[in-house]
Design a binder for this molecule. Structure first.
Ligand code: NAP
Length: 332
């Protein structure tokens, strides 16, 4: 066996589950044997399991990596998720096997805050409804009473979770002269509160006082259905709920009931409880703005996400601590 083929044998094997930018694939290919799933859709579990059989690393996006997939990958050392949220990965199974898990925090913050704020504006000022009205041909003249919406100036934006994306959303809201309240497990520093003009409140106050409630917590067992019937019942009937975090944080059936009963004025949703399925009642409501989970979907952000995921992957495969490690418990 010559030197080259013996080196080739030592090259780690990597699976990338989406057709990401070629420049990033080329970069990883300098160090690894790379297999790319070329369809821009989640790999079916059986195909994923077989593709991971001899993988040392995987870069997943928008696909669940559960225990059964991890068990099917005996050589796996790193899961470099191309997302900030990592609720798609069974962390406990990774910890038991010392598999490092990383995310792409920070680089998608501004793009996702743009979408949260776009949903706030669209839901408030009935942008999509207005667009449909004009296209329908039913708009015949300027009218005093046409499509009155919610004014944003001076209104209260409530942020549930106050990490990177929530704070970037608060920064945008300052430009609209909104009052900003937040609730999270921990209070941020006074300097951040002062810079953003944000006040920490308990969960009930947040729900009662928000004109716009925007969700920015990760999906965890504690946050699943954190906004359900009893939380929605505390909100003002004129309030709007915005979700650009993860669908199951809201109990979607309870949201539908609140909207149908006019106990809530509307919603702006980028994410859904059973994606890509959307509750049929939401599809029929004019006071709900729906987006297909596009929080980080800009070319600049998607490139930065792929590049950061590659950096994390290669560091872990070199035996180094990757910059965006989310499970330090897995380190040996
Ligand atoms: P982050 O910086 O980690 O912020 C998360 C915030 O949630 C922190 O303030 C944290 O507070 C709080 N939190 C966590 N668990 C909580 C709980 N049980 N109760 C109350 N607060 C809790 O995360 P990020 O970068 O802003 O991202 C937030 C989420 O957005 C991600 O996890 C992801 O799911 C979602 N996201 C969606 C899209 C999209 O395409 N729509 C794009 C990017 C991200 P403590 O510090 O006090 O724990």
């Amino acid at each position: 066996m010559d030197r080259k083929s013996s080196n080739d044998l030592q090259r780690p094997k990597v699976l990338i589950t989406r057709p990401i930018q070629q420049s990033v694939i080329d970069q990883i290919s300098q160090h690894c044997d790379v297999q790319v799933h070329l369809e821009d859709e989640p790999m079916p579990p059986a195909l994923l399991a077989s593709a991971m059989r001899d993988a040392d690393g995987v870069m997943p996006a928008g696909v669940r990596i559960g225990k059964e997939i991890i068990d099917a990958a005996p050589r796996l050392r790193v899961i470099s998720n191309i997302a900030v949220g990592y609720d798609n990965i069974d962390l406990e199974a990774c910890n038991r096997r010392h598999i490092l898990v990383t995310n792409t925090s920070d680089v998608l913050t501004e793009a996702t805050a743009d979408v949260a704020f776009a949903l706030i504006l669209a839901a408030a000022r009935r942008v999509v409804e207005g667009d449909r009205y004009v296209r329908s041909g039913n708009w015949k003249q300027w009218q005093w009473n046409c499509l009155w919406g919610a004014e944003m100036y001076g209104k209260t934006l409530g942020l549930f979770g106050f990490g990177r994306i929530a704070q970037a959303t608060a920064r945008r809201a300052r430009g609209f002269s909104m009052r900003i309240l937040y609730h999270a497990r921990h209070r941020v520093s006074t300097s951040i509160e002062n810079e953003l003009g944000a006040n920490f409140v308990d969960r009930e106050t947040l729900l009662r006082e928000s004109d716009f409630l925007s969700l920015h917590v990760p999906l965890t067992p504690e946050t699943r259905h954190a906004i359900g019937a009893s939380e929605l019942a505390l909100m003002k009937p004129s309030a709007l709920v915005i979700n650009a975090a993860r669908g199951p944080i809201i109990d979607e059936a309870a949201l539908v009931q609140a909207l149908q009963a006019n106990r809530l004025a509307g919603a702006g949703l980028d994410v859904f409880e059973h994606e890509p399925k959307v509750h049929p009642a939401l599809l029929a409501m004019d006071n709900v703005t729906l987006l297909p989970h596009i929080g980080s979907a800009t070319p600049e952000t998607r490139l930065r996400m792929a590049q950061l995921a590659a950096k994390n992957l290669l560091a872990a495969l070199r035996g180094e601590r990757p910059p965006n490690l989310v499970n330090p418990e897995a380190l040996r």
